[in-house]
Ligand binder design. Structure first.
Ligand SMILES: Cc1ncc(COP(=O)(O)O)c(C=O)c1O
Length: 397
């Protein structure tokens, strides 16, 4: 059996999968088994923040693997403690961190923190969490229910946990808070929902309102976090102080990791929450190295420079082809081109792939760009060259 057939025979069919077999990567470039080269404007899906085959990251992982990979969380884990310290320092918030293995699991932790807060701080329990339409918070039963997309709440997986309410806009949040509401959970830039940022002023107003009421603001930074927005956290860019922030994706540079951080520093007592793998030596050593690399790039102004170059290219493409695009969207290196139809969106992604460029799709007919944050100017220019070649063919077909 060839690889495609083995995969089809033995792996559950939960992904609409392409069968290109990638065998190697370097920077923003990945190579298929046949030797075809692609520029990766997706970084997995916003994961390979320091690029593919990063030497500093792979050396750190190898060195750690040769020493010790895992001991349970019943013992102190040096890189875990140091990564927590680093994340808290860079965030500028007075928080503590719990490490998990994925974004959904980090969000599960956030829900548990909010519910315990709602239990111990009020005479009658507050437990409801309000989320927004077009949001995405994960694939576990709870985070699927937290996700504000009706199509994800299929009866196939019901019953779902109680306690989530979805509203259309930020203004609707105010109208729907009741005596049982404990928190609002939000992505500052809705990633899967179309790379759609919220206005700074409305987020700041919401944060202020919730604080005054003693309700929690949970910011899902699984996609926006760790410099993707141009700042360490999108919450820093929005100049707010959330109560709970979740991270994953780019934090491990490809090694699975999730984190939930909170200013409710004493919310958990031993036994309240845990994870076998979360925060082990391997993932947190990877996280430490990724954050070091990205902090250096940020301090040099290299991330800001990449954002500017990317932005100029996107604006040029968006404004020169109004028959395909209404506008460019996003923040930092989390960007998108809003297409006039889903057919155009799909064609662009397909043609780009044929030209050796990996693009992603997102909601609201958006072609999504999540390049490595360490991408070089040459790689950006080459990627856009391939995009423009692809667009010529979209035009022709
Ligand atoms: C904002 C957001 N939250 C949560 C998740 C879920 O993360 P994971 O797939 O690591 O569970 C994602 C994944 O795309 C995401 O973009």
């Amino acid at each position: 059996m060839n690889l495609e057939n083995i995969d089809k025979e033995y792996v559950l069919h939960s992904y609409a999968r392409d069968y290109t077999n990638f065998v190697k990567g370097e920077g923003a470039r990945v190579y298929s088994e046949e030797g075809k080269e692609f520029i990766d404007f997706g970084s997995g899906i916003g994961v390979c923040s320091v690029g593919h085959g990063n030497k500093e990251l792979s050396n750190a992982i190898c060195e750690q693997a040769q020493k010790i990979i895992h001991i349970s969380n019943l013992w102190v884990i040096e890189p875990q403690a140091k990564l927590a310290q680093k994340i808290v320092d860079l965030s500028g918030y007075d928080m503590r961190v719990f490490f998990a293995n994925s974004g959904a699991e980090a969000n599960e932790g956030a829900v548990k923190i909010a519910r315990k807060y709602g239990q111990v701080n009020f005479d009658t329990k507050k437990y409801k969490i309000i989320t927004l339409e077009h949001s995405f918070h994960g694939r576990t039963i709870t985070t699927v229910k937290a996700t504000g997309q009706e199509s994800m709440h299929t009866p196939n997986f019901s019953p779902y946990p109680d306690g989530f309410m979805h509203v259309k806009t930020i203004d609707d949040i105010y109208k729907n808070i009741d005596n049982e509401t404990v928190a609002v959970m939000i992505e500052l830039v809705q990633g899967e929902g179309g790379v759609e940022p919220f206005r700074k002023s409305e987020i700041q107003e919401l944060a202020k309102f919730l604080k005054a009421k003693g309700l929690l603001l949970i910011v899902d930074e699984v996609q926006t976090g760790v410099y993707r927005s141009g700042e360490f956290l999108a919450s820093n860019y929005y100049e707010i102080e959330p109560d709970i922030i979740t991270l994953a994706k780019g934090l491990g540079g490809g090694v699975p990791i999730g984190a939930v951080m909170t200013n409710l520093k004493d919310i958990f007592a031993p036994g309240d929450h845990g994870s076998t793998f979360g925060g082990n030596y391997l993932s947190t050593r990877a996280g430490l190295t990724v954050v070091d690399i990205l902090k250096r790039e940020y301090d040099k102004g290299a991330i800001a420079k990449n954002i500017e170059i990317f932005d100029n290219n996107l604006e040029r493409v968006a404004s020169s082809l109004p028959r395909y695009f209404s506008h460019s969207v996003g923040l930092g290196l989390m960007r998108g081109l809003r297409c006039n139809s889903s057919e155009i969106q799909q064609q662009i992604i397909k043609k780009a792939f044929e030209k050796g460029l990996i693009l992603l799709k997102a909601g609201r007919n958006t072609v999504r760009f999540l390049p490595p944050l360490t991408i070089s100017e040459d790689e950006i220019e080459e990627g856009f060259k391939r995009l423009e070649l692809a667009l010529l063919e979209v035009e022709a077909s």
